[in-house]
Design a protein around this ligand. Sequence first.
Ligand code: ATP
Length: 614
Amino acid sequence: MSAMRHLLDLCKRRGFLFQSAEIHGGLRGAYDYGPLGVELKRNVSQEWWNSMVYQRSDVVGIDTAIITPPAVLKTSGHVDQFTDEMVDSRLSKERFRPDKAPALKLIDQDKVLPISAPDKVTAKVWEQDLRTQFAKGALITRKGKEILLQVERMEKDKIVLKRDNNTTTTTTATTVTTSEPTDLHIPYYGYVDPNSNSPFLTESRPFNLMFKTYLDPIDPIDKVITTTLDAQKSPSTSDLTSTRQLVDKTLHPSLTYLRPETAQGVFINYATVQRSHPHLKIPFGIAQIGKSFRNEIRLEHAIFRTPEFEQMELEFFVAPWQAEEQFEAWRKFRMDWWRYYARNNDRIRERAHAQDELAHYSSGCIDVEYLYPWGWGEVEGIANRGDFDLSKHSEATGIKLQYTDAILMQERQAREKSTGVKETSVEVLARERFTPHVVESSCGLNRAMLALMLDAMEVVDDQGKAIPFPGEGDNNNAASDNSTVSKGVRTIMRLHPRLAPVKVGIMPLISNNKDLVELCTGISQSLRQELQVNVSLETQSTTIGKRYYRMDEIGTPWCVTVDFESLQDRMVTIRERDTGEQRRVSAEEVVEIVRDGLRLHPRGSTTSNLQISK
Ligand code: ATP
């Protein structure tokens, strides 16, 4: 995990990412993107949009409302089915998703079940809870903040604990040295509390992830109170179920949801987009980038899982007979995108969903996963969704959401005219008019940003050799979390230049020299105006070396230094982040070097965008 800690520290220190509302105590799962974070996030989404929309003639964009009426989400199945299973840990009271939880860990040749409490005091309380409630009569010891339970054996869905023969259980008649055997048989569901390894859990239950909100100037809580009080007056409505039904009915007219995905906004606009863009012929796509909201049971790994996040989604509408091929094509296209922007291709993989993971309407789905410091995690899902979405919205609204192939139709009409015979073949008509199938690519912008930062981040020693992150190996040799220049150990963020938040750092050799600063300002103005890129004028009074390293740490691909000779000959030093190579070029050439370096090289090309052309 030290890579993650190292990154989060860097993000805070250098202004990528801040805990939201920190001065008011913060809000769990809410993050603000600082000056560098906002640039990086914009660049990632811009690269996505560029490849999905601008570089293709078959995709258009859209931006739909976040606040969504219940009818849309009832139709899509989200109201009834957008649930995760939820489990409570009986000891820690933590809530978590069983499908993401780890399996039980045993130690000492599988004879001991260790449970880790956050501290010694909590461990004492948990030990007491186990002795008196959850594992009565079991052989339990405690070592610091670890509670150790002796295991007799594992069964298919049970952990059988060893009895503590010294335990005394008082009955009314006498004192015996046994305990209830049932307390020693602990149900095991295949997972444990991720933080403590505790198998003492509630059964799992479904939980809807959507945030409700009410479009009404009257506080919904007032309505709940009045409706509940009224319901209590009549015996026929005073029970819990009837009161709940009355409350739901009262609130329903103003009920809305914060969308849990951007995709539904696209489906409900399929017909309007098609009507307004008649040149779009199947297959074609509609792309959208925007915020989505999910009341996640467990928020984790900073911006990896948050209640508010951004999605970059493409819904690609295809003829039913094209779906398989298009699914494969998009799968490849998206993997190529990932491999283009990430450095470590061995940290990106596809994981095909098993049959039982697939939604009932889906005939194929893969997750694009990145190897985060805590393991493989999904960054994107690519799915062959069939005609489920359009069919459902069509059924619910009575509006036909179909595609008509005008050319095929005209050809048939011409044939009918010349032969005088009406063609009624179901196959011919089905090829002419059909409900499109959908291939979807759904990528989390924040998760993508996190993956790309982790992927780019490297700690190097004074020779420029990559070394482990602090805590990952030799600590004496590892970077501290603070500025590391003095120790010769430092961080380089080897981001693709198109993603880098600052493209060029421009620095006067002497930071307060008016003439040097003026030339720097001129160069930065040319870069800003000609390339519309983010440039940083680095005028801190530190050495040029330290300023270079500060730029490396945030991923700036080029640094330009202006010295006293530059004032005579307008030649400056340009330094390249990844090689540290420096050379003299004219101030005018800087724009061309950066322009060239930011060009998109062909997909799959191994040419580094960072190489300075000689
Ligand atoms: P997970 O299983 O991790 O909860 P999911 O399968 O529910 O993800 P999708 O519904 O497929 O996610 O959403 C598409 C993408 O949106 C995901 O691949 C992920 O990148 C992103 N995403 C989903 N939920 C969140 C979240 N709570 N925070 C940040 N990004 C998210």
